[in-house]
Design a protein around this ligand. Structure first.
Ligand code: CDP
Ligand code: CDP
Length: 231
């Protein structure tokens, strides 16, 4: 049997990371892990408990509660996709709102939050055969991943993709707010002190501004198969 590898996919918001990660996992029979969903779930918890979003932030209180926050992924048998649960509740839909997107990058700067989630992510990938997407997967979570991709596309293209997604999901948003959020998150994610979004030296940069999903999938699948064959 062919040896399994680890695939790390990083990049800016709405570059198609999770789409390609899911397709690859399915094609290879690997596990897909959406690390962004974990940061989003902690953000939802912080908002629900009013540690953020009301008059004054109480990050210390959030940090104290971190050991008690339960996160897990469970397979939805109907769709075949893993969905995230926060303290036993499926929050897959809720965490995708623009509101969560507007707070998540700040929560992702907190060292203790990153520590908890990176530990969980390393465990999920300890047996290889995993495709994980995020911002620090190739640099921090799996620095030894056999295949690392760094996805990019122009900010306008990305904002249009995300805008369409939010409208399709029935959320009333204006394009300007979505573009602003994409740009703000890029800035915070790339400039934070702890595990900033940077291309790992050995990551392959992949610009898909003008590339359709099928073309992107064929090319990246080809890359993955070549790496697997060499193992
Ligand atoms: O899907 P999208 O690219 O918009 O975002 P996401 O992957 O769901 O991640 C949401 C946010 O979580 C990012 O903007 C980062 O602030 C944070 N994040 C991170 O810091 N590290 C990761 N490995 C994954 C996400
Ligand atoms: O995970 P990330 O935020 O990087 O992006 P995604 O959720 O995979 O993709 C965001 C949206 O862009 C989805 O609706 C994709 O279908 C779309 N997309 C596209 O139209 N063309 C690409 N080459 C990549 C993504």
């Amino acid at each position: 049997m062919m040896k399994k590898i680890t695939i790390a996919i990083d990049g800016y918001s709405s570059t198609g990371k999770s789409t390609i990660a899911k397709q690859l996992a399915k094609a290879l029979g690997y596990v897909y892990v959406d690390s962004g969903a974990m940061y989003r779930a902690i953000t939802l918890y912080a908002l629900e408990n009013e540690f953020i979003g009301s008059e004054k932030d109480n990050i210390d209180a959030l940090v104290k509660m971190l050991p008690y926050i339960k996160l897990k992924f469970e397979l939805n048998n109907a769709t075949g996709a893993a969905e995230i649960y926060l303290d036993g509740k499926n929050v897959e839909k809720e965490i995708r709102s623009l509101k969560i997107s507007q707070h998540v990058s700040r929560i992702a700067t907190i060292t203790e939050v990153r520590q908890k989630l990176v530990d969980m992510q390393k465990k999920m990938g300890e047996n290889k055969g995993v495709v994980m997407d995020g911002r620090d997967i190739g640099t921090v979570v799996f620095p030894d991943a056999e295949l690392k991709l760094f996805m990019t596309a122009s900010p306008e293209t990305r904002a249009h993709r995300r805008y369409k997604e939010l409208l399709d999901r029935g959320e009333k948003v204006v394009f300007k707010d979505v573009l602003e959020n994409v740009q703000n998150r890029d800035y915070i994610d790339s400039h934070r002190e702890n595990s900033p979004l940077v291309r790992a030296e050995d990551a392959i940069e992949f610009d898909n501004t003008d590339m359709g999903l099928q073309d992107q999938f064929e090319r990246i699948k080809g890359m993955a198969l070549r790496v697997i064959e060499k193992q």
